[in-house]
Design a protein around this ligand. Structure first.
Ligand code: 13P
Length: 248
């Protein structure tokens, strides 16, 4: 499967910064071995989508579970689709922490994304305390069991494993630990979706940088990366994408 390298810009930058960054990413989009995806803040989706051109995909960082309605400050999946997004990140640990999103909320959002024709990227990952006591795999398994909706596999849904303690810290699990967790996630996807689960992309996220990307992306069941900080520099983001294995 073609790896996916996704940039989560989070709540960073100005309109001008977003335009410059999108232009920089566009330059590397054509001919990239990996599929490239950029997820800017909501107000910048339209200009960034225009600046990215057709070789780089556009995504949202969240959507509401309802198709429409009285939900001040929220954005519907169909609105993202309407402005050219094809993906949406759901259940990021920052949304789980900042907005109290539970697995069932994430699943409802993923259902809304599927109904609107968006590909959900469902994020899971353990805290440092959970890893220290040996609960990482159990936590991630529970998150997957609670967050993945029916129809996820048919739509080519994506799972992103992002250990909370690795996000923005410069720390990462060892390659052995990443490979073990991705194998667990693959087994879970096959449990839920049978053979279709073998074909879904599992991304790693958490302090992915040009210097560690190649090693991580070569691991079994690592089918791409979800990149935060390093996605804010076009050259770093493209260098990460250049780290996907040749055979991919
Ligand atoms: P960093 O790459 O900044 O650690 O962020 C990862 C992340 O949260 C992507 O969604």
């Amino acid at each position: 499967m073609r790896p996916l390298i996704a940039g989560n810009w989070k709540m960073h930058g100005s309109l001008r910064d977003a335009g410059v960054l999108a232009e920089g990413v566009r330059a590397g989009g054509a001919g990239a071995r990996a599929e490239l995806l950029v997820c800017p803040p909501f107000p910048y989706l339209v200009p960034v989508g225009g600046a990215l051109g057709s070789d780089v995909a556009l995504g949202g960082q969240d959507c509401h579970a309802a198709a429409k309605g009285a939900h001040t400050g929220d954005v519907a999946a169909a609105m993202l689709r309407d402005v050219g997004a094809s993906y949406v990140i759901l259940g990021h640990s920052e949304r789980r922490a900042d907005h109290g999103e539970t697995d069932s909320v994430v699943r409802a959002k993923a259902e809304a994304a599927l109904a609107a024709g968006l590909t959900p990227i469902v994020c899971v990952g353990e805290s440092e305390a959970q890893r220290v006591v040996g609960e990482a795999e159990a936590v991630v398994t529970l998150q997957l069991d609670g967050s993945l909706p029916e129809g996820f596999a048919e739509a080519g849904g994506v799972v992103a494993y992002e250990p909370v303690w690795a996000i923005g810290t410069g720390l990462t699990p060892t390659e052995v630990e990443i490979a073990a967790m991705h194998a667990t996630i693959r087994a879970n996807l096959e449990k839920h979706f049978a053979a279709a689960g073998a074909k879904l992309r599992i991304l790693y996220g958490g302090s992915v940088k040009p210097g560690n990307a190649k090693g991580i992306l070569a691991l079994p069941h690592v089918d791409g990366a979800l990149v935060g900080g390093a996605s804010l520099v076009a050259g770093d983001f493209l260098a990460i994408a250049a780290g996907v294995p040749d055979a991919a």
